[in-house]
Structure formats: structure tokens, C-alpha cells
Design a protein around this ligand. Structure first.
Ligand code: DLL
Length: 437
């Protein structure tokens, strides 16, 4: 395979040099943080008064973790470390579930972010000859503008298509001969269903690659999208607190996501003890941003569960790779005492070829007990078929879930395209249990 690098010097930098660069940038970021009201107080409490108090990367340990609640407590300007008139943009969470978390950017921050995004996109083999249709929400959500800037930086013709409206998306793909797509994995799956419905022949499209991220998905889901749309799918990871997308991305090897260690210090900790996880062990990802001057964030608890690859990557990049995110330490469902991650259910159902492209997990109270229902679409041919086949499929799903996660849910089979689909991130879990029980 022919690999290409956006910034070969950085991407293939020997580990010792990379760590020296991290330390230099960490010290600079500490100076920046000491200008933000929140960190001025937080760091002085642990005796960090200047970057001189950080002598090695191991000194990162002296810094307390930052949480989402801290960011909310600091709303609106507690984390701002430059004068307001040097801020050129903000992105924030929607705030529908409480106080939003907001991140400010200087002109230089935007430039840095675009550079990391370009690095990600280029690592998948895209070039300036590609036509890039960005089918994700623009606005306060970072997915739209983040990828948009990256696409332009690479020099691709970048179409700000936004999310939803599949008919228009297909028309644009045909009119502009789109070669690269970006969407949530659930939207990419939905696209195939709609393509069939709309009678759009695959041969009328030029698509070769798709970036899928912003929500967890299994390896089987990736394979399914690849087979249905006949494209290579690359996993893309990021979070608004760390700019947005562009934190970690798969290269052409499509086996794990390189985290750009010149821009982020990544730690993986045991979510209960908060002690470092052993090499290769799964734990919660903790990130420190090294490349932002307006909103420093140190040792942020992402809640995302993953592990580091221990083997080097064939592409020659020295930046470590993360395994696919399997879920969040806080999206775990406890069903009658059994811990279940929605991603485990997805893994089971997406591995069955009879199952369609959309599903929903519903949890309710049934008296004192929890009741789990898995609603899943099935392929049209099976749905029309003899009811014995449908019953056999139901049994198969129940049995497989029982074997893999020790839970026997109620299973409902629905016609292809009939379960709700959201424009942004998929909402797969409806937990209808009373909150205070
Ligand atoms: O979702 C940023 C983004 C946009 C990433 C577009 C990739 C593509 P937030 O809305 O702040 O930011 O949500 C961040 O989404 O902590 C994860 O729990 C989840 N997430 C993001 N990417 C992945 C992925 C954007 N590839 C939260 N796999 C993160 C699993 C993901 N989960």
C-alpha cells in the first residue's frame, strides 16, 4: 500500500522526540491555563504556579482531572484564557439537558484544528482531486465546520451539504460526482435503505470513501456499510471539548485510530480507581489538549472506553492507535443487575445478516423488574416471508444475546425503514425507567 502523510516529519517523528515536543507544548499550555480563572484556582491549590512546576511528562499526574461538571460550573467564561476580543468563534453543546459546555477559539486555534483535520483526511488517501460531501450537521455542533475546514485545507471541493434530506444528497452526489462522504454511521446505513427506495443505482454514483464518527459503531456495522454502499469506511473520533473531530482517525490500514500525540496527551485510566490502565487494557480515555490558546483543558475525563494498540502501525506513523470506542463509562445500562453497554447489543444484532439497518433499545419497568426490548428492522424479503422465519429470527436474536451478554430481551421485528431516524447522532436507547428508583 502507498501511504501519504500530510506532515511526515510530525506523523513519523521518533517517540523520544515526540515526547520531548509534548513536554514543551504542555509547559506552554500550563502557562495558558494559568490565565483562565478556573485553572488559576485549580492549579494553585495543587502548588502549580508556573510551567516550571512541570518538569517531566510524568508531572501531569500532579494536575487534577477536569470533568464535564467543571466545564458547566465554569460557564460562560471560566475557562477563557485570552481577551474576549481575540476570540473568533465558539462551539457549544446544545444545552438541552442543562448548562451548555462552551469552547472558544482564537484565529490560531481554528488554523491548528483545520491542520489536524487535514492530516486525518489525507491519512485515508484523499487528495485535492476528491469531491467531499459533508453530510453532517453544521452550526454549534463541531462535526460540520470541523470537517469542512479540513476538506478545504486538503484542497478538496468541499460541499457543505449538512445532515438529512436523502433525495437532495443523492442529487448532489450525482451532479458533482462526489467521491468522499462524511456522516454518522447510522445515517450512512439509512442512506442505503433510501437509495433502494429512491431507485438510485449505485453505478450512478462515484463514491469511494466515507468517514463515519460522532457515535459508537461496531466493526460489523462498518463492514455492513462498506458492503452496502461499496465504499471504504474510516472511523473518526473526537469531542467538542478537544475541538471536535480530528482527535483520532484511522489511516489507510483501517485498524485503529491514530491519536495525534503532538496535539493531545492521551492517558487511559481505570474509571473506578482512576489509576493508569495497564498497556492494552481497556479504560477511560483522558485527554489534555496541547494546541489551543483560547480554552485550555487539562486531563479531561472523556468517559469514552477504549485501549491502546501495543503493536506499531504498518503505515509508519509513530502516534499510538486507539481501539474502536466501545461505549462510555456513563452509558452503561444496568438491567436487573446485569451491566450492559448498548454497543454489545449492537455487536450482536449487526452480525446477523437478516437484520436491517436500524434498531432501538427500550428499557422499562415491569413491576419491580427491568424489561429490555430490542426493536430491530429486518430486511424486506424476510419481513414479507413466512411468519415461521420471523419467529426463528426472533429466537436467534434472543439466544445470541443470552449467550453473549446474559440477557434475554423481548425482541420486536419491524419493517425496513420504519424505525425513527434522527438527523444528528442516533438515539438508540430509550430508557423509560423512573429516574429516582
Ligand atoms: O461528536 C465530534 C465529532 C464530530 C466526532 C464528527 C467525529 C465526527 P461531541 O458532540 O462533543 O463531539 O460528542 C463527543 O461522541 O465523547 C464519544 O462518546 C462520541 N464519539 C465521537 N466519535 C466517536 C466514534 C463530536 N468514532 C462524543 N466512536 C465522544 C464512538 C464517538 N464514539
Amino acid at each position: 500500500m502507498q501511504f501519504q502523510y500530510w506532515n511526515a516529519e510530525i506523523e513519523k517523528m521518533p517517540r523520544a522526540e515526540l515526547e520531548a515536543l509534548q513536554l514543551k507544548r504542555l509547559k506552554k499550555e500550563i502557562e495558558i491555563a494559568l490565565r483562565a480563572p478556573f485553572y488559576k484556582e485549580r492549579l494553585s491549590k495543587v502548588g502549580i504556579k508556573s510551567s516550571d512546576d512541570i518538569k517531566t511528562l510524568a508531572d501531569l499526574n500532579k494536575i487534577p482531572f477536569t470533568t464535564k461538571d467543571d466545564l458547566r460550573d465554569g460557564f460562560p467564561y471560566g475557562f477563557l484564557s485570552i481577551p474576549k476580543d481575540e476570540v473568533v468563534r465558539l462551539h457549544s453543546s446544545s444545552g438541552t439537558t442543562g448548562i451548555p459546555t462552551v469552547i472558544y477559539f482564537s484565529k490560531e486555534d481554528i488554523k491548528q484544528w483545520a491542520g489536524y483535520m487535514a492530516r486525518c483526511i489525507f491519512a485515508t488517501g484523499c487528495t485535492k482531486s476528491d469531491v467531499f460531501q459533508n453530510m453532517i450537521t453544521y452550526g454549534l455542533f463541531t462535526g460540520g465546520l470541523g470537517f469542512h475546514q479540513g476538506g478545504e485545507e486538503v484542497g478538496m471541493l468541499t460541499i457543505p451539504a449538512g445532515a438529512g434530506n436523502t433525495a437532495r444528497q443523492f442529487k448532489m452526489m450525482q451532479d458533482y460526482q462526489t467521491t468522499v462522504l462524511h456522516a454518522t454511521p447510522s445515517f450512512l446505513l439509512h442512506l442505503e435503505t433510501k437509495m433502494k427506495e429512491a431507485g438510485v443505482p449505485r453505478e450512478s454514483l462515484f463514491i469511494k470513501k466515507a468517514f463515519g464518527g460522532a457515535e459508537p459503531y461496531s466493526e460489523d456495522t462498518r463492514k455492513r456499510i462498506e458492503a452496502l454502499l461499496k465504499v471504504d469506511v474510516y472511523n473518526s473520533y473526537g469531542l467538542s471539548e478537544m475541538n471536535g473531530p480530528g482527535v483520532a482517525f484511522e489511516c489507510q490500514c483501517k485498524d485503529g485510530l491514530h491519536i495525534w500525540e503532538d496535539g493531545y496527551i492521551a492517558e487511559i485510566v481505570n474509571p473506578d480507581t482512576l489509576q493508569p490502565a495497564k498497556d492494552g487494557e481497556t479504560g477511560e480515555l483522558v485527554l489534555t489538549i496541547l494546541c489551543r490558546e483560547a480554552t485550555p483543558i487539562l486531563r479531561y475525563r472523556t468517559r469514552d472506553l477504549t485501549s491502546f494498540y501495543t503493536e506499531p502501525c504498518a503505515c509508519g506513523r509513530t502516534h499510538r492507535k486507539l481501539k474502536r470506542i466501545t461505549g462510555r463509562s456513563d452509558d452503561m445500562l444496568i438491567i436487573n443487575g446485569v451491566n450492559v453497554f448498548p454497543s454489545q447489543i449492537e455487536e450482536v444484532i449487526m452480525s446477523l445478516k437478516e437484520v436491517g439497518n436500524n434498531y432501538l433499545i427500550v428499557v422499562e419497568k415491569d413491576g419491580a423488574l427491568d424489561k429490555l426490548t430490542v426493536k430491530t428492522e429486518v430486511n424486506a424479503e424476510i419481513f414479507m416471508d413466512d411468519s415461521r422465519h420471523l419467529n426463528a429470527l426472533k429466537e436467534k436474536i434472543i439466544e445470541t444475546l443470552q449467550t453473549s451478554i446474559s440477557i434475554s430481551p423481548k425482541v420486536e421485528l419491524h419493517e425496513s425503514g420504519s424505525l425513527p431516524i434522527s438527523e444528528g447522532k442516533a438515539v438508540r436507547v430509550h430508557d423509560n425507567r423512573p429516574k429516582d428508583v
